[in-house]
Design a binder for this molecule. Structure first.
Ligand code: HEM
Ligand code: HEM
Length: 189
């Protein structure tokens, strides 16, 4: 029993990493629903009101991701499962790295774009992130938002790939990899 627990612990992400992974995962999915809701809003005012939640949650995701990365430095993640084939290893590492780049880059891009419009970001009346000291230039702001929207769509594609990978490991390979990111079950290797 003792050895199984120790072996599982060696292959499992730390509790802090697991909690942050799932909070961020849910937040990213909510972000996607909010963006959809804004797109289908009846008026420009309504779309702006919905987007205010997008901006606020985006900043929360930025803070959670920075906490996740700091945690990752202190609590090193378990090495990728020994069961992975070389191409799975490259794909998994690449996806994880791009996740972090986008989870930090998208909200910072949104913040920089807002700053070019000379707008700060109101985080649900809890605090306001002030506009960065940039000159008013709506053309550059708009350009950054276009790139931001493309990056956001790319993030969603990565989520599809990531979830497909997790489900393949769970139901096709049956290697217990999903349990590496859950507080129960037995990750095998
Ligand atoms: C929706 C947004 C999601 C994002 C942004 C996300 C992000 C990440 C990141 C960055 C890692 C790497 C952790 C690290 O090494 O620091 C990871 C690992 C993992 N994720 Fe997700 N994830 C999401 C959703 C999901 C979902 C829905 C599932 C399950 C169906 C899942 C299952 C896993 C598993 C099992 C691992 C561990 C991979 C391993 O090391 O074997 N993730 N995720
Ligand atoms: C992890 C955080 C974020 C993600 C995943 C994300 C994702 C997205 C996505 C997918 C879109 C495209 C929506 C569509 O075309 O239907 C979008 C648009 C937008 N985002 Fe974000 N976003 C994030 C953070 C932020 C932040 C912090 C701001 C703050 C200003 C922001 C401002 C905007 C704006 C203004 C648009 C509309 C762009 C346009 O219609 O041209 N986003 N975002």
């Amino acid at each position: 029993m003792e050895t199984t627990d120790t072996a599982s612990a060696a292959h499992r992400y730390s509790t802090g990493a697991i909690i942050l992974h799932w909070i961020i995962a849910i937040a990213v999915i909510v972000m996607w629903r909010i963006a959809e809701a804004a797109e289908h809003a009846g008026s420009k005012e309504e779309a702006m009101a919905v987007m205010a939640h997008h901006k606020a949650l985006g900043i929360v995701i930025l803070l959670l991701t920075l906490a996740r990365l700091a945690w990752r430095v202190i609590h090193r993640p378990p090495p990728l499962s020994a069961n992975l084939k070389p191409w799975e290893r490259i794909l998994a590492h690449g996806t994880h790295m791009l996740f972090y780049v986008l989870l930090v880059g998208l909200p910072i891009g949104g913040w920089i774009a807002s700053s070019f419009y000379r707008m700060g970001i109101e985080v649900w009346s809890v605090f306001t992130l002030p506009a960065l000291p940039l000159p008013k230039n709506e053309d550059i702001g708009h350009f950054i938002l276009e790139a931001h929207a493309a990056g956001g769509t790319f993030l969603l594609l990565l989520v599809v790939l990531h979830v497909a990978g997790a489900l393949k490991h769970q139901f096709v390979d049956r290697d217990g990899n999903l349990f590496r990111m859950l507080p129960f079950g037995t990750p095998k290797a």
